[in-house]
Design a protein around this ligand. Sequence first.
Ligand SMILES: [Zn+2]
Ligand SMILES: [Zn+2]
Length: 288
Amino acid sequence: MIDLHTHTTASDGSLTPAQLVAAAQKAGLKAVAVTDHDTVAGLDEALAAGRGLALEVVPGVEISLEVGLAGGAHLLGLWVRPNHPALLAGLARVQEARRRRNPLILAKLNGLGLALDMAEVNAQAGGGQVGRPHIAMALAAKGYAANQGEAFNRWLKAGGPAYVAKERLSPAQGIGLVRAAGGVPVLAHPGLLDLDRPGLEALARRLRAVGLEGLEAYYSEHDAATQRGLASLAARLGLVLSGGSDFHGEGKQRIRLGTGKGGLRVPASLLTALKQRRELIRKEAEDA
Ligand SMILES: [Zn+2]
Ligand SMILES: [Zn+2]
């Protein structure tokens, strides 16, 4: 089994990249992808930790795309070159937009009578990127909400009173960055998108037209019917399948590395088709 979707302390996960690789080995996985939000900062450490192990560490990233939906759509880039200049520059722009966004959210909260400053928010982050999850934790820590989820629902969610729209990359920009860095672009957790079947198919076609190669059919929150539907959609569109848990850390959620909520099984055989796409993308880049 493999797990091609995990987070570390480089974004909002609770294990360091090295700890994550150790946990993946302990879980008996054949491959694990590190796919932090908008950053490749954890990849060198993860790759170094994987050296000499039977476990394959896949350097990856997860990027939000603007597709006209409230939460955006998440794109995984698998096997990106960690220090690729165009990818680093693109992610730096995304991170800068996120940094500009936090003070705007705090200003809205302050306007609603909630006293919270950036230092209190930063204190909730482990030194990595700071965003809404940390603002939600800070609100809970100050007693404005019972927990992070309540803080999200009352103020921070899309359309909420302290919501500030996120600047996101267009599908062509995000997918282009992943491909330029030699990675395979895969639409993450399609089952979580607020779309019906025809809507999802239309989105997948739109993304495929700008270079999407795969769908994350196997996912902690996908039931068997969703998984089957995505596999058949992928087959119809000539896309390959991927799968992962979206693990964020031990004890933090009910999602476990490799097995998700318990029933997730992502077959290692998916690696073959994904790697074929990777080789085509890299050949294309060399020929260009
Ligand atoms: Zn995601
Ligand atoms: Zn994720």
